[in-house]
Write a protein that binds this ligand. Structure first.
Ligand code: NAI
Length: 302
């Protein structure tokens, strides 16, 4: 195996200091879990106001965790919350935050150019041993890493929403990711209390590659007139045991998010029939009927 760097000191990095860029839904969740498992976390976003909200979100979520975990010991629960919060600091300056980091994990907006610009800038500022990772759902890790000079120390860490609840982490290695980096990311996921699976850098990795085409095929099945939305939802709940049917679930996730992922994959692989568009999906998104968050998607919400 070719190594992009030579110092033995940088092998098998044990991740203690973590910088998380993006304090939104995912970034705040990952910060919470990393801080709860004893890591020193710096959460970075574009403004102090956003970061205040991120900390509020973490605090609220910790309170829910503590209610269950420390049901009979509220004082120990409060102590735990304070200890975890002490492990999180915030910053609007990614460049200085990464200087003492073992891992830089990015969870910003799903836009290739913006992610590339961020990593290319941080690549020049972070120490040599620092591993970079992206939480992207739909972009190739090798495209994101391409603007850096640390291809061997770059991988994907794909968490699921809500991060404190969901056990899975997809660990993604590109053809350039070193074994040491991959092992460090796998190990980090385990230390977080998650169950990692190993993935190749292919569209949607494992989960979304199966899940998004399934949602689309449910819409196409309905468009072909082969079943009503209601019947398809009932069928998948009672026949497969899924907690939600595909239309309910699409409305919950947001039709814009699902369409964005599928459109991106179709651009990369236009002939793949699994990535075929749906007229209905395109129409609903164009009309701003994005699901629960806008009050209407496949169904109407009060
Ligand atoms: P979000 O919109 O909740 O949060 C993104 C945050 O990044 C915002 O607070 C924004 O201010 C900040 N940000 C944007 N550009 C930045 C920059 N240049 N520097 C610093 N901060 C910046 O988004 P969410 O849902 O947390 O998603 C983030 C990433 O995670 C995306 O790549 C998404 O594909 C991925 N992801 C999302 C999942 C989900 O269910 N929402 C699941 C798994 C992955």
């Amino acid at each position: 195996i070719r190594r992009g760097f030579s110092s033995s000191a940088v092998r098998n990095v044990v991740i203690k200091q973590v910088t998380i860029i993006g304090g939104g839904q995912m970034g705040a969740g990952i910060a919470q879990v990393a801080a709860s498992t004893g890591h020193s976390v710096t959460l970075v976003d574009t403004s102090d106001d956003i970061l205040k909200k991120s900390i509020k979100t973490i605090e609220g979520s910790l309170k829910r965790v503590v209610k269950k975990k420390f049901a009979d010991k509220p004082e120990a629960g409060e102590e735990f919350i304070q200890k975890v919060l002490k492990n999180v600091s915030t910053s609007t300056d990614a460049g200085s935050a990464v200087k003492s980091s073992d891992l830089v994990l990015e969870a910003i907006v799903e836009n290739l150019k913006i992610k590339q610009d961020l990593f290319s800038r941080l690549d020049k500022l972070a120490p040599a041993h620092t591993i970079f990772a992206s939480n992207t759902s739909s972009l190739p890790i090798s495209d994101i890493s391409s603007t850096t000079n640390r291809l061997d120390r770059f991988g994907g860490l794909h968490f699921f929403n809500p991060v404190p609840m969901m056990k899975l982490v997809e660990v993604i290695g590109t053809s350039s990711t070193s074994q040491e980096t991959f092992d460090s990311l796998l190990n980090f996921s385990k230390v977080l209390g998650k169950t990692p699976v190993s993935c190749k850098d292919t569209p949607g990795f494992i989960v979304n590659r199966l899940f998004v085409p399934y949602l689309y095929e449910a819409v196409r099945l309905y468009e072909r007139g082969h079943g009503s939305k209601e019947d398809i939802d009932i069928a998948m709940k009672l026949g497969v045991g899924y907690p939600m049917g595909p239309f309910e679930l699409s409305d919950y996730i947001g039709l814009d998010t699902i369409k964005f992922i599928m459109d991106g994959w179709r651009e990369m692989d236009p002939d793949n029939t699994l990535f075929a568009p749906s007229e209905l999906m395109d129409k609903l998104v164009a009309e701003g009927k994005l699901g629960k968050k806008t009050g209407e998607g496949f169904y109407k919400y009060k």
